[in-house]
Design a protein around this ligand. Structure first.
Ligand SMILES: Nc1nc2c(ncn2[C@@H]2O[C@H](COP(=O)(O)OP(=O)(O)OP(=O)(O)O)[C@@H](O)[C@H]2O)c(=O)[nH]1
Ligand SMILES: [Mg+2]
Length: 460
């Protein structure tokens, strides 16, 4: 909960930069800043106008620390809803750190990660989904991720959730009235029967869940691993997707020894692409370690690109990898070196990997790479076909809450159909209502807040 202390942190990365900002928030923010800053016109910050930049000097006793620009944003019209002071120092480590230390010596305490935004939430300026959007905006990996975060910060998701909650609350009020009064004395629900209304809300939650599939992708990206036996062209495929010679390619099997990780923006989705050492019976210790890492990378990946040499028949090494891929939900087979044997019969291979897409490529000629990218996109979006501008739900936390809400409504509808007593129906509707409340923070615990804001950087 909000304590009464004034918090303080450096809000910009420490290092060589044009400016570095020290930020204070809390009831003593202005008084503390006044103890370390002398403004150019001599008037204390307490008497300076709101939200204007003022020139001043940070003084450590009599010695000058920095010439600064200071702004005061008074409660409640500030980021945190409290009094906020921002001190724009010259960038660099020493002046910024000294200014922070002076603020601490004068009564502020160091802010926890995300504590400024936590105060904005506790002060009621933004809800929890919007607070999470602040973190997502900072860590967005693609423009699509950024747009989704910005729309969530503007309250698009919250609006939808609040609308659903209001309608569910009406249903619950109706149910509770029928518990307390005989049914014929309770006024009819507007907009259809109770079950029709619950059904409709459930449908809209399902739409949001459908949307979440794409949203989680745009926010978190996809961890993708390129595997195969040595020399099939894994590194060449990596280079072709990146359009740059990132990994060393040679005709010698066993060229790649360690996992190489690169990020690429594939149609708005952040792909974390790992090239690995070819998997075979290892000859030496280095190779054994490389193969172990490749196998571990398969375990951790969301998507596997399994590269084979389409010019040569599958070998025992291919079979060994195929066995490892059986459990993975998302696998694309890349039949590389198609230039060497364009009409290679891939059916026998397909029989070992039922249901997997097979794409023929020639990494050296660049053929099939676009088809491969399309296949990757289709595989990870599972045909959800979500335009980035329509993304509403991007966090797993929100998805889980929506799933609980849907289950609650399913139970409520079943209880009603089975003519169970109204109390049971009401209980399930209440559960759905609370789950939706968790998304916007109408229902929270300190533990949840610690988890969410712990992911933030200090100073935000
Ligand atoms: N003809 C042809 N040669 C290819 C193709 N892709 C890769 N090669 C060649 O195959 C050899 C091996 O390529 P790499 O990309 O190093 O293969 P790798 O799977 O990463 O090999 P390791 O790292 O040793 O496991 C190189 O000589 C490449 O030029 C292709 O599509 N067609
Ligand atoms: Mg390689």
């Amino acid at each position: 909960m909000i304590d009464n202390q004034t918090i303080c942190a450096v809000s910009t990365p420490l290092g060589h930069s044009g400016i570095g900002i020290v930020r204070l928030s809390g009831p003593q923010a202005v008084a503390i800043a006044d103890r370390l800053i002398t403004t150019s016109d001599g008037r204390p910050l307490a008497h300076q106008p709101d939200r204007r930049l003022v020139v001043g000097r940070v003084l450590d006793g009599v010695s000058l620390v920095d010439e600064v620009l200071v702004s005061v944003m008074r409660a409640p019209h500030s980021y945190t809803t409290e009094d906020v002071v921002e001190i724009n120092c010259h960038g660099g480590i020493i002046a910024v750190r000294r200014t922070l230390e002076l603020a601490l010596q004068n009564g502020a305490r160091l802010a926890e990660p995300g504590e400024f935004t936590r105060r904005a939430f506790l002060g009621g300026r933004i809800d929890l989904a919007q607070a999470e959007a602040v973190a997502d905006l900072i860590s967005a990996k693609t423009e699509a991720g950024l747009r989704a975060a910005a729309s969530q910060l503007r309250g698009k998701l919250s609006e939808r959730i609040l609308g659903l909650r209001n309608r569910l609350a009406d249903c619950l009020a109706h149910l509770e009235a029928t518990i307390d009064f005989p049914e014929d004395e309770v006024p009819q629900l507007e907009g259809g029967s109770l079950s029709a209304r619950l059904q409709q809300i459930k449908l809209e939650i399902e739409e949001l869940l459908q949307n979440a599939r794409g949203g989680v992708l745009y926010r978190d990206g996809v961890s993708t691993v390129i595997v195969g036996k040595p020399n099939v062209g894994k590194s060449s495929i990596l280079n072709a997707i990146l359009s740059e010679p990132r990994a060393i390619v040679t005709e010698e099997p066993g060229t790649t020894r360690d996992v190489i990780v690169e990020s690429v923006n594939l149609r708005g989705i952040a792909l974390r692409l790992c090239d690995t050492a070819g998997i075979r019976e290892p000859g030496c210790t280095i190779e054994r370690l490389g193969v172990e890492r490749s196998e571990q990378a398969i375990d951790e990946a969301d998507l596997v690109l399994f590269v084979i040499d389409s010019a040569n028949a599958p070998t025992a090494e291919d079979q060994r990898i195929i066995a490892k891929l059986r459990e993975k939900p998302h696998v694309i087979v890349v039949a590389n070196k198609a230039d060497l044997k364009p009409d290679a019969d891939l059916d026998p291979l397909g029989a070992h990997l039922p249901g997997r897409r097979i794409i023929r490529t020639s990494a050296t000629a660049g053929d099939g790479i676009e088809e491969l990218e399309q296949a990757i996109f289709d595989e990870v979006t599972e045909g959800a076909a979500i335009a980035p501008e329509e993304i509403l739900v991007t966090r797993l936390r929100h998805r889980a809450a929506l799933e609980t809400a849907r289950a609650g409504l399913e139970n409520a509808l079943r209880a009603q159909k089975d003519r169970l007593s109204v109390e049971f129906v009401a209980l399930d509707v209440r559960e759905a209502l609370d789950s939706l409340g968790e998304i916007v923070g109408a229902v929270v615990t300190d533990e949840l807040l610690d988890r969410i804001f712990g992911e933030f950087c200090i100073g935000k």
